[in-house]
Design a protein around this ligand. Structure first.
Ligand code: 9D3
Length: 257
């Protein structure tokens, strides 16, 4: 798959090629990342890519024309490479929040053109003509769309076959079953200078796989009910909670959480 990124700060994407799962996905040729520095598509001597908003107000607006020239270059490059025409996604605080469902959909597709906004926003005429979907990283204020684009690329890269060390960890991801993950423990069984309160929970050392699975499920349910009751409601509505899950949640409720 191929991602074409329109950005004023292409240097922010360098780490993707140098570390971790994203490097593995690039090295294996599973993800082709192409950066398009929007300033290179400015038409004046000052390489201007922003200007003041019509109607007044604070901040600057990203100009439509450099973005349109950059996107035209992406389309030409896709045609020359015999590559599929990919949808255009804009990162914006007014976008719909990214979700694992959306990431999984993208991971199975041909890629996307990722437009990283800067300043107060980008000229709406570019959005109206070219953008297929607007995505946000969540309800907090960033200085631009680059970090959300990096987050998307990381999330998509780790879903490529063979990129994660352990394929089983896909299924156990938080959110893949809609609940938060259970806690994890490794060696040593008791931490230096610690008392019994710092021991690894005994059930995990018991070798009883049924008991371990039940303990983990109950920790998932307990944590999710306390921290993300919205996810419990969604899992219930989607029929992802068993009778045993509901019985355990009921016992939590009866105990006042
Ligand atoms: C009061 C208007 N502000 C919107 C919250 C203006 C504004 C702030 C920050 C406009 C753009 C930006 C830059 N942010 C992004 O481009 C952005 C973003 C974000 O700020 N939060 C979460 N996800 C995203 S995706 C792109």
């Amino acid at each position: 798959m191929r991602f074409d990124v329109l950005t004023l700060f292409p240097e922010l994407f360098a780490p993707l090629r140098t570390v971790g799962v994203t490097r593995r996905a690039f090295d294996a040729g599973l993800v082709d990342l192409r950066l398009w520095p929007v300033r290179d598509f400015a038409d004046d001597a000052y390489r201007r890519v922003d200007d003041r908003p019509y109607g007044g107000g604070p901040g600057m607006v990203m100009l439509a024309e450099p973005l349109e020239r950059a996107l035209a270059a992406v389309r030409t490059s896709q045609i020359d490479a015999g590559a599929t025409r990919t949808p255009v996604l804009l990162f914006s605080p007014a976008g719909r929040p990214m979700s694992q469902a959306r990431i999984a959909e993208l991971a199975g597709g041909p890629g996307a053109v990722l437009v990283c906004g800067r300043y107060e926003g980008i000229d709406q005429r570019f959005v109206d003509r070219h953008v297929d979907d607007e995505l946000s990283l969540g309800d907090f204020v960033l200085s631009g769309g680059e970090l959300p684009a990096l987050a998307l690329l990381d999330a998509v890269a780790r879903l490529q076959p063979g990129v994660l060390n352990d394929q089983a960890s896909h299924q156990q991801d938080s959110f893949s079953d809609g609940l938060l993950d259970c806690p994890h423990y490794s060696r040593p069984e008791r931490l230096e200078g610690g008392d019994a309160t710092r021991d690894v929970p005994a059930v995990l050392l018991s070798g009883h796989h049924g008991d371990i699975a039940r303990w983990r499920r109950e920790r998932q349910l307990e944590l999710t009910a306390r921290r993300r009751p919205d996810l419990i409601a969604a899992a219930r509505a989607a029929g992802r909670l068993s009778v045993a899950d509901e019985r355990y949640l009921g016992s939590l409720g009866a105990a006042g959480l």
